[in-house]
Design a protein around this ligand. Sequence first.
Ligand code: RIB
Length: 291
Amino acid sequence: MITVVGSINMDLVVESEKNPTQGKTLLGKSFSTFPGGKGSNQAVAAARLGSCVNFVGNIGKDIFGKELQENLTKEGISIEHINIVKDQSTGVANIILSENDNRIIVVPGANFSLFPSDIEKVKEFLAKSAIVIVQLEILPETVEKVLELCQQQNVPVLLNPAPASNCTKEMIDMASFITPNETECEELFGGYSHGILKKYPNKLIVTLGEAGAAYYNGSEIVHVNGYQTTVVDTTGAGDTFNGALGFAISEGYELKEAIQFANAAASLSVEKLGAQQGMPSFDDVKKRLRH
Ligand code: RIB
């Protein structure tokens, strides 16, 4: 079993030719709502690949919360540990897709009412997990509690430090794997370099978009190639990488093989609009790996 502790958002997605400059109004191309949130995206990515996934998080008592809970159930994810917070709205992400990239503003809402005391309540579930996946769209003290309890119980934790501004040195030290992209790596360590990778052997995995990912295996820097594909929407590509990496590690893959698998999964995820729409099945990933 994989346990994912994290955010659940409704993504409010606007497609536009260009980004508006300050004070300007533009007419966009389309508007859609999609299930999102880094936590729930990573849970869905792992579940699509075949993991048994337990989700810990919060929603508000509103229509978005209801839809998002139904979505996780439809994906076969256990929602036993999702709390409904009465006086908070469900998290939302305002996403502008334009010029082949995305810009996101997240309003955490109920995600910021998941407290360390809620994590204490699921301590036994954490202990039963092959791996726990956590990101930083929830309170930092809650993430620290997850890491502390997992460390005490010898459960590996994959920390996706996004957004990186909420990450602390203690979190990095306690995590078993940490997966920043280049921008997050810059924010956390002052830059992406082989020197930084060497400080965290078999632990720091820096994702490089289409170029793949890199890590240090204890004797050399390993660069794991990515895949070129037709990009429709990059939202959720990092989440697919993390969910797939968690899946592969929990299945006993060697780290390099696990990263190869996660790169292939992430490349498939960008081919459809919406964070979760393009997340692949196990067979889809195997097919891409053969190419
Ligand atoms: O990583 C992509 C996710 O970030 C989106 O689904 C959005 O909800 C934001 O949390």
